[in-house]
Design a protein around this ligand. Structure first.
Ligand code: ADP
Ligand code: SF4
Ligand code: MG
Length: 382
């Protein structure tokens, strides 16, 4: 039984699942599409006013024909004002889905936040974006939270000039009622801000005329156009070569210092996190397995998965025969086990690991881990 391919479904079973899914997602969609939703429904309070964003027990599922994918399954972490939080984990662990939940840009109707809150600090008040209606989200996207996507070519339209595309973002959120000339001035300013010297020239170019690094700078300029308070950078340098990658990381650091925005920096690369992050969240199969300050995670990694990630990180000047990679595979997100998700790959198991999924244990003022190895240290922590 255990070896049976559990992702195989008959056509009949698949039809039954999609009927049930539609029932559930229709309910969510009906709620979202309501007009004139009173603010009281999505008004909330930050648990700590020094936080810009608070993800609280976030559950985001995809209702697919082969079953319900638990992409994000109870994620809790904070993004303090003006700080960078690195979110790290292997491909498919739920990093992008977490950030798309904050933007409310999940693929609908399949993708839905089914439980939890995402509190967003708007200064004089706070909203739970998981409950905010579409028109409110339209204002929040770009003006308060914006996103730098992984692949600049998909974020840029090949048939429009760079200047037009940045100008369009400014016009769309034109809260300052800028004239056409002012929009152009602001566009040139943004291009210069992201380190493009020939701003007038680039203003008139098409995306294909730019190198990968230049395109990524343009995408960053677009994300910064309306002075967002939160910038989500989803693997912003993965498609770039190493030198350009270093330049873009430098640029992001400078921009952050200038604007004091918070950054959620998503990557599968711990080396990049080390350069960027104040705090680190380690995700595995839709859950957070460890979180803490960058120092906690880099100098005192606690979860066997984080320790494995550290070993798989290439170190400058250290010659390795073969890059270490953690053996084994991630469990099927439709059919998660009820024990520790990492157990089948874990080389540090203790007796208790046969029990249910381990609770989160606090091992220092800032450092949290979900692993039975730390149960003796702090029994029953949350
Ligand atoms: N539109 C979708 N439909 C179904 N499943 C999805 C969709 N988008 C993401 N998922 C699933 O959610 C999980 C998390 O994906 P994602 O957040 O994109 O991972 P990553 O950490 O690489 O960014 C994966 O198992 C992925 O297959
Ligand atoms: S709980 Fe056990 S199986 Fe899971 S990561 Fe910790 S030691 Fe490994
Ligand atoms: Mg991703």
């Amino acid at each position: 039984m255990a070896d049976k391919n559990d992702s195989y479904l008959s056509a009949r079973e698949s039809r039954r699942i999609s009927r049930e899914n539609r029932k559930i997602t229709n309910e969510f969609e009906k709620k979202r599409k309501r007009k004139n939703v009173p603010e009281s429904e999505y008004l909330t309070k930050m648990h700590d006013p020094d936080n810009m964003v608070e993800f609280d027990n976030l559950h985001t599922y995809f209702f697919t024909d082969t079953g319900v994918v638990h992409s994000v399954d109870g994620v809790t972490f904070e993004v303090p004002v003006g700080k960078t939080v690195g979110v790290v984990g292997e491909s498919g662990c739920g990093k992008s889905v977490t950030s798309l939940s904050l933007m409310q840009l999940l693929q609908r109707p399949q993708g839905q936040v089914v439980d939890g809150e995402i509190r967003l600090n708007l200064g004089d008040k706070a909203y739970d974006v998981t409950k905010a209606p579409n028109d409110v989200m339209q204002h929040i996207r770009g003006n308060v939270v914006s996103m730098i996507f992984q692949e600049p070519m998909t974020a840029l339209n090949p048939v429009f000039r760079i200047g037009e595309q940045i100008g369009e973002v400014l016009q769309l959120h034109n809260t300052e009622n800028r004239s056409e000339e002012e929009v152009k001035q602001r566009t040139l300013e943004l291009l210069e801000m992201v380190g493009i010297a020939n701003s007038e020239g680039v203003f008139r170019m098409y995306p294909h005329e730019l190198s990968g690094g230049m395109r990524q700078r343009v995408v960053i300029a677009m994300a910064l156009a309306c002075n967002p308070r939160v910038i989500i950078a989803d693997e912003p340098t993965t498609a770039l070569d190493v030198t350009i990658q270093a330049q873009i990381l430098d640029l992001l650091r400078q921009l952050k210092d200038k604007t004091n925005a918070s950054i959620i920096f998503i990557t599968h690369d711990l080396g990049v996190i080390a350069e960027m992050a104040d705090f680190v969240v380690v995700m595995y199969a839709g859950r957070i397995v460890e979180k803490g300050t960058a120092e906690d995670i880099f100098y005192h990694p606690a979860h066997p998965y984080t320790i494995g990630l550290m070993n798989s990180k290439p170190v400058v000047g250290k010659k390795v025969e073969e890059l270490y990679s953690i053996p084994g595979k991630v469990p099927n997100p439709v059919n998660m086990p009820d024990y520790c998700y990492f157990r089948d790959r874990c080389e540090m198991c203790v007796e208790k690991c046969s029990g249910k999924y381990p609770e989160t244990v606090q091992i220092s003022g800032t450092h949290f881990v979900s692993c039975y190895r730390y149960y003796e240290q702090k029994q029953g922590g949350k």
